[in-house]
Structure formats: C-alpha cells, structure tokens
Design a protein around this ligand. Structure first.
Ligand SMILES: Cc1cc2nc3c(=O)[nH]c(=O)nc-3n(C[C@H](O)[C@H](O)[C@H](O)COP(=O)(O)OP(=O)(O)OC[C@H]3O[C@@H](n4cnc5c(N)ncnc54)[C@H](O)[C@@H]3O)c2cc1C
Length: 449
C-alpha cells in the first residue's frame, strides 16, 4: 500500500523534524505531515529589507548539547556562530533605567539594582532550610533569596523565558535543577560560588560567548532539515484526526488517509488533543489542561547614531512590578553579525504573557506606540525607526503552572494505555528548542516497530 508507513509524524516544527531525522537514521519508512507550506513551526527566519527576523528562537545556549549535536548531525556544523563578546551583559530594568546583572560578588555589591537590605538577605541563603517538595517559583524565591531579589530579578528572568506568572509557575517543572541543587548541595549560592564555577572554568574558551546561532538564522536549521528529507515530507497537509485499526492507526488529512503502525504527534498540546479527541477523549482532556501564553514580538531598527545606548548586551528584562508595557527586549544587532544593515541598531521586543495579555488586544499601531513609549527613554532613542515588524503568536509558549507535574504523570499513564501514540513537544520536558529535540530523540529511541 502506498500510504502505509512504519511511522506518521504529525507536525513539522523542530520536534517533528527531529523525530524524522532520528527515525530515518534507523531506516524506518516514515512520513511527516505539516499543515503549513513550510516546516519549522516557531523555528523560522525571514529576511525583510536586509533585516534578519526570527519568528521564535534567536539563539541557543552553548551548553545545549542536544541542539548542538543535532545541528552537527544534519550537516550544519560550519554554519554555527557564537554571540559577539560585547553582547555578554544582561540588563534588568528597575526604577526607570536598566542595570547590568552583576556577574561576580564585587559587581554585585557595587550594583544599584538591589537595596542594601536585599543584598544582605541574599547572603543568608546558605542558612535557609530545605522547602516543601512542591512550591511555586515565587515561594521558592522568597524563601531562598528574599522578596526583593525574587520580585526584581527572578520574576524578570522568568518573564524572559516563558512570560508566566511566578506565583503560578511550578519550580519543579520549570527549574528542576534548582530544586536538585537545594536538595543535594543545600545552598544555591554556595553551589554557584564553589561548584558551578569549576565547571565554567573547564569549558571556558577565554571569550564570554554563551549563545550560539546559525549564520543565516535559527530558521536555517528547519529549512535545511526540510530540504534534506523533502521526499518524506508532505506540506499543506492538515491532520484532522486519527483512529485505531487492528494493525495500527489511520491518520485522516485533507489529502487523504495515511496508515501507520505508530503515530508521533509533534504539535502543541491542544493541537494534539484535537487530533485524538474522538478516539481517546480521556487522553485529549489531559492535553487540553496545559495552558499557553499568547505573545507578540516587535522587531525595530534605527540608524546607529539615533540610539545612544551602546546596546552592549544580550538585552534587558523587566519584572511585573515595573510599570512597563513590554516584558523586555533583545539587542538583536549586538548579539550576532549580519542581522541588520551595518549602519543600524536592531532590537526585538517581547510583549504579552498571562499578566500583560490585555495589551495584545490593541491594534498594531497602538502596540508599536506603547513599545516606543517604553523603549525611547530606556535606550535613549531619538528619531524615527527605519524598520518595524510586529508579529502576534497565539498559544506561543506552554506554561508549567502548579499541577504540571501531575499532568505529565497522567500523560505517561495514557502512553502506556494507548500504545503506538507518542507525544513530542516543548510542553513535556522544557520549553526550549533543546528540550524539544531531546524529547524527539528519546521518542525515536522508543519506537522499535
Ligand atoms: C517568541 C518565542 C521565542 C522563543 N525563543 C526561544 C529561544 O531563544 N531559545 C529556545 O530554545 N526556545 C525558544 N522558544 C521556544 C521554541 O521556539 C520551541 O520550544 C520550539 O520551537 C517548539 O517546537 P515544536 O516542534 O515542539 O513546536 P512548533 O514549532 O509549534 O511546531 C509544531 C508544528 O506542528 C504543525 N501542526 C500543528 N497542528 C497540525 C496538524 N493538525 N496537522 C499538521 N501539522 C500541524 C504546526 O504548523 C507546526 O509547524 C521561543 C518561542 C517563542 C514563541
């Protein structure tokens, strides 16, 4: 039968493309079905009037081994670039200006990001006792670092990762390593000062380069994998539902029915739920319980001389206590070369998330005006922008709120109950590209039909 496969993969984001690559290595007869015209999902880049735009990720951490290995395996090792050393600093917005995040104890004491009382409180961290096994990020932060550090730094950093509300987010699901360190080393501060430092020294290449990307943007990864496996990919092929048959599954699409022994659903949680809801309603109900944040990004550039701030960093973040409309901004033109014309500075601003979602109801022009109102005084921007592009992303980022651990446990039970259906996505092990690729590889190892 023509339409009969060992595995059908639904969704051509980085998760689905990862599964495709790993299963092809195992010589499976496999097809990937993607509803849109291009693969990549959130991992896509576009060039518009000499500005390189990233829909989702701009970079990945150097320590993200799954991503690094995947890029090398698919043949793009020579395209990897490191961040410019000058883009090393991270800034936090507080009281009307941005402050560099202190990098060592001396800069920490000199910094005016935190009050003297908050700095002293932080140094009590080694004496804090272990907390309950389940708690929110806010409770964890308040307990270990004190209220001010949690409100000013932790909240802002979490906003930069997932836009979520720290009083709702589950520390175990978002940052399992922090809980492990508390359990095994007792103090995060002592771990950072004595244990973590040794690791950094070992891998330190002398340059302050923590982030990697690809010369033509992160989207080149999806583009390249799509081209590599073009024969095994059907685009513009929306999967509507699946049903069980004796030997496997029937996968219903706009382009007909595909048959497979096993099916990988590499979509967002609610999309996977919609595909299986008629066949496995109990499985779908669990997936529907995973909340997502809506976000918007605004990429803007100005002539260099019109932005007085040197943009000597990765970008800045702001906590929910601050009265900004935006969550933060990435200094895109500082981060990697060839992102914008040489005589321009470009930033990518993030908006939305559960605590600032109202903003997304405004028109494009209203949002751009609010962004300018925030950005102009902070980065000392004068003059009219050269370029602007606003992008809204609905259900952009899964939120690992309290109860997420239980949702994952229930999904594992369902996977045992309904054999042959596999889930891949950033709502499982972590919201990053790296975590998604890791899940893709693990699932591919489990498939042995
Ligand atoms: C603004 C933003 C910035 C980010 N920045 C970073 C970053 O800097 N670093 C980082 O590591 N991560 C970042 N992420 C997260 C990262 O983008 C995701 O973890 C990753 O792209 C998820 O990949 P995925 O394949 O699971 O999902 P997706 O990219 O959502 O792909 C799912 C695919 O499934 C397809 N699909 C859905 N339903 C169907 C159907 N019924 N039939 C057929 N096809 C279907 C979709 O069209 C899509 O192509 C960011 C995310 C956002 C939103």
């Amino acid at each position: 039968m023509n339409n009969y496969y060992d595995v059908v993969i639904v969704g051509g984001g980085i998760g689905g493309l990862g599964v495709l690559h790993y299963l092809k290595k195992k010589n499976f007869k496999v097809i990937l079905l993607e509803k849109s015209a291009r693969c990549g999902g959130l991992v896509q880049s576009a060039t518009d009037r000499n500005h390189l735009l990233e829909i989702g990720p701009n970079a990945f951490l150097k320590s993200y081994k799954n991503t690094y290995d995947f890029i090398c395996e698919v043949g793009l090792a020579d395209q990897i670039i490191s961040n410019r050393p000058e883009a090393y600093h991270r800034y936090i917005f507080r009281n009307g200006k941005i402050h560099p995040l202190p990098e060592d104890p001396i800069s920490f004491f000199k910094s005016d990001l935190l009050s003297f009382a908050a700095k002293c409180r932080l140094f009590l961290e080694p004496f804090v006792l272990k907390g309950p096994s389940e708690e929110s990020i806010k409770d964890f932060g308040n307990r270990r670092f004190g209220k001010e550090v949690t409100e000013v730094i932790l909240d802002a950093m979490v906003k930069g990762i997932c836009t979520g509300d720290i009083s709702q987010l589950d520390i175990n699901s978002m940052f399992p390593k922090l809980k492990d360190i508390e359990k095994n080393y007792r103090s995060l501060l002592l771990f950072l000062l004595f244990f973590k430092k040794r690791n950094v020294q070992k891998t330190n290449d002398g340059k302050k380069t923590f982030f990697l990307s690809l010369k033509k943007g992160m989207g080149d990864l999806s583009h390249h994998v799509h081209n590599k496996y073009r024969a095994e990919i059907q685009t513009e092929c929306l999967v509507t539902q699946i049903s069980k048959e004796d030997a496997g599954y029937q996968v219903y699409t706009e382009k007909g029915i595909f048959y497979a022994k096993e099916v990988v659903l590499a979509t967002r949680a609610m999309e996977a739920a919609s595909i299986i809801k008629n066949t496995y309603p109990d499985y779908a109900d669990i997936l529907y319980r995973i909340p997502y944040a809506n976000v918007a990004t605004v990429t803007m550039s100005w002539k260099k001389e019109e932005v007085l701030h040197p943009l000597d960093g990765f970008g800045f973040l702001s906590s929910s206590k601050e009265k900004l409309n935006i969550l933060g901004a990435l200094f895109s033109s500082s981060l990697f070369p060839n992102r914008t014309p040489e005589d321009e500075k470009m930033i990518k601003v993030y908006l939305g998330g559960p605590q600032k979602e109202e903003m997304l109801k405004l028109s494009d022009q209203e949002i751009i005006e609010l962004v300018l109102k925030d950005i102009q005084p902070i980065l000392q921007v004068h003059g009219k922008y050269q370029y602007v592009k606003l992008r809204r992303i609905e259900n952009a980022i899964p939120l690992f709120n309290m109860g997420h651990k239980q949702i994952k446990e229930q999904l594992s039970e369902m996977a045992l109950k309904y054999k042959g259906i596999y889930l891949v996505g950033n709502y499982l092990e972590g919201i990053s590209v790296d975590a998604t690729i890791k899940v893709a590889r693990t699932v591919s190892e489990q498939i042995n039909n």
